[in-house]
Design a protein around this ligand. Sequence first.
Ligand code: ZN
Length: 471
Amino acid sequence: MIRGVAEESSRSARIEFSEDGGLDRRLRGQRLWQRGGLAPVGLPPGPGDAVLATADGSAPLWIASRRQGQPREEVAAGPDELAPGESLRDQLHAGRFLGLLPLVHFLRRVDGAAGWTSPGLRAAIVFDDPNLRGMSYGYLRFRELVEHAAVHGYHVVMAAIPLDYGFVDRAAVRLFDEHRHQVSLALHGNNHEAFELLRVGSEVQALALVAQSLRRAARFESRTGLEVSRVICAPHEACAAAVLRAALRLGLEAVCLETPLQRRPGIPLLSSPLTGWEPAQLVETGIPILPRYPLAYPFDDVVLRAFLDQPMIVFGHHQDVAGGLGRLEELAGRINRLGKVSWGSLAELARSSFLQRREGRTLLVRIHGRCVRVPIPEGTDRIIVEVPPLDSEPLAGDIVAGGARAAVQATPGEAARACFEGPFRAVETIAWQPPSPVSPAAVPPPPWRAWPIIRRVMTEVRDRSAPFLRA
Ligand SMILES: [Zn+2]
């Protein structure tokens, strides 16, 4: 029930969630800002009612009760009509969530165990640009960082530029190897030119760029023994459609981009009302986009991402810790207080991007990753795998599970499904493969140019000298 009078206001309200046991744990005790335009009028709670949220610490605006045995909730605000091109996620983000969040919360409660379950809270803190040419990069001192991560319970991903993979410091490699729970590596473009993944003009160029990035990663891995997640963080948060298609064909597990995707240059316009709602968004011919969020932005959206079962991937640069690691301690503390959090590499986050539902001896798995690792409950005879629909492209390819392969074909807007019969292992790998895979080794390299090296030397000198110039 939506009650109360919404009154125009330009101020922001601080929405305080209670500690009531009926409230989703991820929301309990949170204080999130709701932007102006709506000043909810307080509702009078009746005897036995639970106040789930108040405005500015006093006026109740979300109340739960159980009258005549029926769950009943009253809220002082409701969702707005979707504007043209708007998605539901546009009404559930930092600064604007009050209209929709209680409704989602209520539907989940009614849906209960019959609904889909997620793998739980997952998180990583990503730093763009560092490399392993030394024991530090700008303000990031690696030993201090991994020890801090171990003490405060978080995982750091270094999104490193493949151009830099040729030379490494042995001590840095050893440190990363000994602290795999605290630190991992991911791809950051290929050469890291300005808007590198956006200015790719053709499919051939996109394949050449992504394949070179993957070959550099494979050489780095064989020399160092370290692993690089096959997830590419796009420099300057922009990526052309041709690169997304190339990424899928060349076997990348995901692209990691700041969301909402509608604001990202190059990303095709997505029209589904559920855009950005799922743990990862499949775009173009089916590459998953893992959503990430700037370290400098308010924490509120991290809470809402957790509530939506999305990974909490917070990213920044070495300058973000110029004042010390206290900022990471506070961030990790707030994330860890949301519940039990699995911190890990971007590959681990990509591989846990799925939802599952049990129906008797059948397990339904909806995959939002290329290759997910699914614990299979005992007594499962059958797995039905679903790949969510693409916005405008037909979905085609193979689904692989339990050692079997099934070709799928679905029209735009339709999910692809395949059914697999047991027996199954305790943990199964379920993969989604495109129709025309390409090996990175089979793609010719792009023409050699001096500029990317010159540019990178200049940016690296700038970054590495920053702490000394400041002193
Ligand atoms: Zn960068």
